[in-house]
Design a binder for this molecule. Structure first.
Ligand code: FNR
Length: 189
């Protein structure tokens, strides 16, 4: 069986290390996981005044979340937290009140940073929001990818072998996590 994994990348730049890591994860993932990037940069900023007449982009985004069996978040750290664009996406997906599209989905978080604290602050701020929207985020293994500028070649391919090995085992653990959480009753929506 194939599980549809919606991938959210918290950086909009073309040469993003988070995006490069997402592409590496797609290549390293077990066969049962089908990873699909879901863009977040087009989403109008969340505004409660628009809830009765939601922008088309919000509705399409919410639909993509609902169709997913699992969620994979890659986040840079901006000022020790999650970039605004990713927080906005979480907020958009969580509304309107009572129709939280994230509800009950299994997820994993990867933080990627050029620094050596490896996005710890963003990783955990993201987990905090995911608790509230009732996402079942895999606790272990955690994934903190530091010194990211040294891990890829000029074509954006992940070349660091120990990082590859780690990410492969991370995705194997996530596959088990998805399998055990995907059919929970609260996941049917
Ligand atoms: C950063 N960066 C950063 N890095 C970090 O480890 N901790 C931090 O708090 C911050 N803060 C921060 C704020 C802002 C506004 C920017 C633009 C950058 C550096 C960040 O890790 C680096 O730009 C990464 O390359 C961003 O990820 P992508 O775009 O490569 O995926």
């Amino acid at each position: 069986e194939k599980y549809k994994i919606a991938v959210f990348v918290g950086s909009l730049r073309k040469e993003s290390f988070n995006l490069k890591t997402a592409k590496a994860l797609k290549a390293l993932a077990p066969e049962s996981l089908s990873l699909e990037l879901v863009s977040i940069g087009q989403l109008p900023m969340f505004n409660e005044d628009l809830e009765d007449t939601p922008p088309r982009e919000w509705e399409e985004f919410r639909q993509k979340i609902r169709e997913a069996d699992g969620l994979l978040f890659l986040t840079p750290e901006y000022n020790r937290s999650v970039p605004g664009v990713l927080k906005n996406a979480i907020d958009v997906g969580s509304r309107p009140y009572g129709k939280n599209s994230w509800d009950g989905k299994p997820a994993a978080v990867v933080s990627v940073s050029i620094g050596n604290i490896s996005g710890f602050g963003a990783n955990h701020h993201l987990r905090q929001s995911l608790v509230f929207v009732n996402v079942h985020t895999m606790a272990q293994p955690e994934a903190y990818i530091g010194d990211a500028a040294s891990l890829f070649d000029e074509n954006g391919n992940l070349t660091n072998d120990s990082t590859k090995d780690f990410l492969r085992s991370f995705m194997e653990a996530f596959e088990q996590w998805v399998k055990t959480h995907v059919n929970k009753p609260e996941n049917v929506n």
